[in-house]
Design a protein around this ligand. Structure first.
Ligand code: SF4
Ligand code: SF4
Length: 163
């Protein structure tokens, strides 16, 4: 149940500022985005229309603390189908970026970021993997891709994620 007494009227403007586009104000709740979404097809608890509607209503805590926010695969099917021309995928992305800055980044994502920063991969290569590749005649791979940690430093990823 939505309690509008907890609504934050500024929330949608904070997201618009984060995204740099006021397109989400055009949403008339038709659900084409939800009907196009492959993630929703797999798990109907995820719903881009609902995320946008709650954002417009100012339900900041509900939106930012929802674990489903992070399920968006950024495939852009919703943006392609929205009759109002709203860049839905970018709106969801802006909400995720805003959530991360506000300290709502999920622990699992932080673990993935640390793995990427440390090794350049989401899966650290062990000697076992390298020997297996050698046996299969596959090219040698470096255990660490240092360019990735340089990108992290340049973009200040960890400084942007609070808590
Ligand atoms: S398709 Fe566009 S207008 Fe329709 S609910 Fe989604 S964002 Fe709103
Ligand atoms: S970009 Fe995200 S919300 Fe849009 S259709 Fe793809 S998974 Fe669903």
């Amino acid at each position: 149940m939505i309690n509008l007494m907890n609504a934050d009227a500024n929330f949608k403007w904070e997201i618009i500022k984060q995204e740099g586009d006021a397109g989400l104000l055009r949403c008339f709740g038709c659900s084409d985005c939800a009907a196009s979404c492959p993630v929703r097809y797999l798990d109907d608890r995820y719903n881009p229309r609902k995320i946008i509607r709650l954002t417009l209503l100012g339900m900041k805590e509900e939106v930012l603390s929802s674990p489903f926010l992070w399920l968006c695969a950024h495939c852009h099917a919703c943006s392609e189908r929205c009759p109002q021309g709203i860049p839905v995928a970018e709106v969801i992305n802006a909400i995720k970026n805003y959530a991360a800055k506000q300290g709502y980044c999920p622990e699992g994502l932080k673990v993935q970021l640390n793995l990427l920063n440390n090794s350049g991969r989401l899966y650290e290569l062990e000697d076992f993997d390298l020997k297996k590749r050698q046996r299969l005649g596959l090219p040698e791979l470096s255990k660490k891709i240092s360019d990735v940690s340089r990108i992290f430093q340049f973009t200040q990823v960890f400084e942007r994620i609070t808590k």
